[in-house]
Structures are given as structure tokens and as C-alpha cells.
Design a protein around this ligand. Structure first.
Ligand code: NDP
Ligand code: MG
Ligand code: MG
Length: 335
């Protein structure tokens, strides 16, 4: 069975007399930097001179330097800028990585797909909270934590794993529990999950259901409620108690209909093809060249999504009905 690491497994001494450079002050960066600072760890935030985030970091009482200067004084350099810009930021900090330093990530994409190739004499680790930054910060402030992952890709000092656990403790993750993974497993399961299930699968399922009803002559409002709005109630039940909690909470008719018909809409061969594309690196190569070309396909898909009828129907219905305020997320911290 999986080992869940908690506070008692971490040695805070691992971070004593160490300086951590947090590169980026967005969703993850602002939460890591402030939690580390509150945990008594010496932190410097690395941001480009033109950065919009600089004032936020200073207002939060943190030291700010350029990424290269921050990395120069740090023992642990944490890459918390967007994944697509990490290779270029890495170029600027690479000369500042001394033997025995640590280069740390919150997602394995760039290392796993060879976009960043750190020297052999540095530790390469990952500490990834399983939640957005505002939750990582908010739970820490309440004395709680966000569950997380850690991984060691390269252990130059023999202490990479202990140091990653100490970092996970300092940002609050070991309060909730941390499990060990690898860069490969984290990267491939993350990409597969967001493509096939969480982001891609769910939105296409909703659109297909909505279009099927509207094309058959039902009202867009009814189609929206049935195929999108009620999804939250179902997901909350799944999250709280798994599939059985959900099946136990819906009607027997919904349960029988769902159990007999649900699998007809899922194409497992298509899912396997998505996983193949992730494992072979084909998806990664496509996304890297898409970025190098300034994202032409991305912009087209985004435009089509923005102009889908379901967006307009949703905007209208959210205006007309009072949705619970407690279900709304706060605005992102970097805006
Ligand atoms: P964000 O998009 O929130 O990062 C924005 C920050 O990066 C800003 O401070 C921005 O500053 C800075 N930045 C952007 N472009 C550059 C650049 N070219 N040079 C220097 N700084 C730049 O990132 P996330 O927090 O979402 O993601 C960071 C890492 O964490 C990623 O690896 C991601 O996969 C991972 N992760 C994210 C999670 C999440 O919930 N968001 C969850 C778990 C892992 P500026 O003002 O200069 O633009
Ligand atoms: Mg993910
Ligand atoms: Mg992801």
C-alpha cells in the first residue's frame, strides 16, 4: 500500500540555513513563497524586472530579485512560472546552479520531455500540492494543509528526498498528507487526466449532451440545467463519498438508467489513443511546436469554445438565478 507521509516524517532542519528562490508569483508561487516565509524559511522571489507580480510580492513582505539573482543566492530554486516559459527561464538561472543545489518543480513536463536538462550535480525534485495556489495558502493560514506529491528525479546529495519532504512540510502539505511519485508518473497521469477526463472529456460530454437535446427541439435552458448545471451536484457527491455515495443519493431510476447506458458514451479505444500520445511524447511535441508557432490552433479552439451557444445560455441563466455565493472561487491572486 501507498505510504502517506505526514509532519512526523519531515525534518525541518533540512531547510535550516538554506535560501529558497521561488521563481514566479502566480497561483503556486505566491502560496509557496508566503507559506515558506511563515514557516521561517529564508525566501527570495525571482521575477523579471517588468513583472506585474513584483508589487504583490513586495506588498506581502517578501524580498524580490531577478530570477538569475534569486537563483544565485539560493540553495533551492523552485520553478513556479508557467510550464511553457520554464525552458527560457531555466536558461537564465542555469549558470547559477552550484553543485549540490536543488532545482525543484511542481509539475514534471519539462524534465520528463527533455525540455530542461539539469546538470548531474544538482538535485532535481518535485513538490506538487494537489490543489490551486489560493487553497494552498488559505488552508495553511487555517493551520491545515493541501495534500501533495513529491518526487526525486535526480539525487546528487543523498538528501533530495528528505529535503523535498521538508519543503512539503514548510508549505503545509504534510499536514494533510503527501505521497511519493515519479516525474514520469506525475506528468503522464496529469496530462491524461486533464485531456481524457477532467478538462477535455467533461466539457465535450457536456457539449454533446447539450447539443443532442437542443438539436432534438428541447429548450436550451432545460438542456443547460440537465447537462451542465447539475454536474456540480453529482461531482460533489463523487468527491465526498465515491460512486456509491452518488448512486445512493440519486433516484433508483437514475441509477438503473445510468448503470445500463453510461458506458455507451465512453470510447475506451479513444482513451487509449490519448494515453499513447502522452506516453510517446507526441502530445508534448505537438504542444511545444504549437507554442513556438505562437499558438495558432490553440487560438482557434479557444475562439470556437467562447462562441459556443452554451456559453451565452449559461451567462444568461447565471444572471437570472441566484447561485450560492459559497460555491464561487475567489479571483486568482495574480490579477
Ligand atoms: P502561473 O501562470 O500562475 O504563473 C504566473 C507567474 O509566472 C507570474 O508571477 C508571472 O509573472 C510569472 N511569469 C510568467 N511568464 C514569465 C516569464 N517569461 N519570465 C518570468 N516569469 C514569468 O503558474 P502556476 O502557478 O499555475 O504554475 C506554476 C507551476 O506549478 C507549473 O509547473 C504548473 O504546472 C504547476 N502547478 C500548478 C497548479 C495550479 O493549480 N495552478 C497545481 C499544481 C502544479 P509576470 O508578472 O512576470 O507575468
Ligand atoms: Mg493536474
Ligand atoms: Mg496539468
Amino acid at each position: 500500500t501507498t505510504t502517506v507521509y505526514t509532519d512526523s516524517d519531515a525534518e525541518s532542519a533540512q531547510l535550516a540555513n538554506k535560501t529558497v528562490a521561488v521563481l514566479g508569483y502566480g497561483s503556486q508561487g505566491h502560496a509557496h513563497a508566503q507559506n515558506l516565509d511563515d514557516s521561517g524559511v529564508d525566501v527570495v522571489v525571482g521575477l523579471r524586472p517588468s513583472s506585474r507580480s513584483r508589487e504583490h510580492a513586495k506588498d506581502d513582505g517578501l524580498r524580490v530579485a531577478t530570477p538569475a539573482d534569486a537563483a544565485a543566492e539560493a540553495d533551492i530554486v523552485v520553478m513556479l512560472v508557467p510550464d511553457t516559459v520554464q525552458p527560457s527561464v531555466y536558461e537564465t538561472v542555469a549558470p547559477e546552479l552550484d553543485p549540490g543545489d536543488t532545482l525543484q518543480f511542481a509539475h514534471g513536463f519539462n524534465v520528463h520531455y527533455g525540455q530542461i536538462e539539469p546538470p548531474e550535480d544538482v538535485n532535481v525534485t518535485m513538490v506538487a500540492p494537489k490543489g490551486p495556489g489560493h487553497l494552498v495558502r488559505r488552508t495553511y493560514e487555517r493551520g491545515e494543509g493541501t495534500p501533495g506529491l513529491f518526487a526525486v528525479y535526480q539525487d546528487a546529495t543523498g538528501e533530495a528526498s528528505a529535503q523535498a519532504l521538508a519543503y512539503a512540510q514548510a508549505i503545509g502539505c504534510t499536514r494533510a498528507g503527501v505521497i511519493e511519485t515519479t516525474f514520469r508518473e506525475e506528468t503522464e497521469t496529469d496530462l491524461f487526466g486533464e485531456q481524457a477526463v477532467l478538462c477535455g472529456g467533461v466539457t465535450d460530454l457536456v457539449k454533446a449532451g447539450y447539443e443532442t437535446l437542443v438539436d432534438a427541439g428541447y429548450s436550451p435552458e432545460m438542456a443547460y440545467f440537465e447537462c451542465l448545471n447539475e454536474l456540480k451536484l453529482i461531482v460533489d457527491l463523487l468527491y465526498e463519498g465515491g460512486h456509491m455515495e452518488m448512486w445512493n443519493s440519486v433516484s433508483d431510476t437514475a441509477e438503473y438508467g445510468g448503470l445500463t447506458r453510461g458506458e455507451d458514451v465512453v470510447d475506451r479505444e479513444a482513451m487509449e489513443a490519448i494515453l499513447d500520445g502522452v506516453q510517446s511524447g507526441e502530445f508534448a511535441r505537438e504542444w511545444i511546436s504549437e507554442n513556438q508557432a505562437n499558438r495558432p490552433a490553440y487560438k482557434q479552439y479557444r475562439h470556437a469554445e467562447q462562441n459556443h451557444e452554451i456559453e451565452e445560455v449559461g451567462d444568461r441563466l447565471r444572471e437570472l438565478f441566484a447561485w450560492g455565493e459559497e460555491s464561487k472561487e475567489p479571483a486568482p491572486a495574480d490579477d
